[in-house]
Design a binder for this molecule. Structure first.
Ligand SMILES: NC(=O)c1ccc[n+]([C@@H]2O[C@H](COP(=O)([O-])OP(=O)(O)OC[C@H]3O[C@@H](n4cnc5c(N)ncnc54)[C@H](OP(=O)(O)O)[C@@H]3O)[C@@H](O)[C@H]2O)c1
Length: 331
């Protein structure tokens, strides 16, 4: 059946400016790392993407290696895009990345110009797109000169294959160097994509200040610690959950659902309920309370999780007592 987006899709979403750029992103964006591979059901993916867009989620985040198998999330997205979203292209921000191992030989990994340019060409073919809105270097490369990697990002923009560029998982100091190089090249860095959740707060040390100083946006990934920061693991590891699925490629497994973590999750869950939220909502609100955050990048395995998580926007304010209690629990 032909898809017609809901006319009221922009009513309830909040949009935030990405650093000092002209681009606004939805406060909640959707990532296709897991649950969009060839091992997953296309109908479920379609339902998730339609519901997200109908709810004002205008940003979908991909990478060359998402699947499994690698590349299949882009292929599946391309199939759905062609059918459902082509006429909405100008209402969408689509991103992809390269930086992790993608194909055999010396040119399919890390940060050379050869790899990044070839990888984006492949991504565009898989997704059936003329350009992506944001292209990221997916992780720092200790061997390739930063100048080469940043020059590749600049080239890609000049070629018209991406509108903006970003970096992911770079430390504060190397981020600042990358921003300087990109600024000199005339292609300012739009956004940084770091891992950030209640369980992993490294960005608070200095990365967020660095980003603010350079006018670069921030879109944290795995804000629910891959599902740990929800109520789903309170009574063991449910069938079908990410920890039970053994999906590989960095997905959590049973070993990461520890008693110590669940003890904290239980206390956080009580606090969330007192705020009138579920834990997933509180974990997302907690990230969005910081004005330096542009958007929070969630993953979902079913459409209901989109609906549930988006309700985080109903309460992103925390009292000092709530924040102190959260810090105490996370200690
Ligand atoms: N730049 C990078 O290096 C990098 C790395 C990782 C991810 N990312 C990006 O970040 C995105 C999000 O990462 P993530 O998938 O790890 O994010 P996440 O939001 O921390 O975890 C997503 C998982 O949490 C569970 N979940 C989500 N909403 C829920 C809800 N309302 N109630 C209960 N459970 C819920 C689901 O688990 P179940 O599957 O168990 O239902 C879902 O698959 C990725 O898709 C990708 O775009 C980037």
């Amino acid at each position: 059946m032909n898809y017609l987006a809901k006319p009221e899709r922009y009513q309830n979403m909040q949009y935030r400016r990405c650093g000092k750029s002209g681009l606004m992103l939805p406060a909640v964006s959707l990532g296709l790392w897991h649950n969009f591979g060839h091992i997953d059901k296309l109908e479920n993916m379609r339902n998730i993407l339609r519901l997200a867009f109908d709810s004002g989620v205008t940003h979908f985040d991909l990478a060359n290696n998402y699947g499994p198998p690698p590349g299949s999330a882009e292929e599946n997205f391309g199939t759905i895009f062609k059918h459902d979203f082509k006429s909405y292209r100008d209402e969408l921000i689509i991103s992809t990345k390269a930086g992790w191992g993608m194909w055999d030989g010396p040119y399919g990994d890390w940060g050379s110009k050869k790899y990044l340019v070839a990888s984006l060409d492949q991504s565009l073919k898989r997704m059936g797109l003329d350009y992506v809105d944001i292209f990221y270097h997916h992780r720092p490369d200790p061997e390739t000169p930063l100048e080469e990697t940043m020059t590749a990002l600049d080239l890609i923009v000049r070629q018209g294959k991406a509108l903006y560029v970003g970096i992911s998982s770079y430390q504060p100091e190397e981020s600042a160097k990358a921003f300087e190089i990109l600024k000199d090249l005339g292609t300012p860095c739009l956004i940084h994509q770091p891992k950030y959740s209640m369980f992993d707060r490294w960005v608070e040390d200095s990365l967020l200040d660095t980003l603010e100083g350079y006018g670069v946006g921030c879109i944290p990934f795995s804000p629910l610690a891959q599902g740990l920061l929800t109520n789903k693991y309170l009574k063991g590891i449910p069938e079908g959950s990410r920890a039970a699925a053994h999906r590989g490629n960095g997905a959590i497994d049973e070993g990461e659902v520890t008693e110590a973590k669940i003890a904290k999750v239980r206390l956080l869950n009580e606090l969330a309920v007192n705020r009138g939220q579920d834990l997933a909502q509180m974990a997302l609100s907690w990230i969005l309370k910081d004005k330096r955050i542009t958007s929070v990048l969630i993953g979902v395995s079913k459409p209901e999780q989109v609906t549930d998580s988006l309700r985080c926007l109903e309460n992103i304010n925390f009292t000092n007592d709530e924040l102190a209690r959260i810090n105490e629990i996370l200690k």
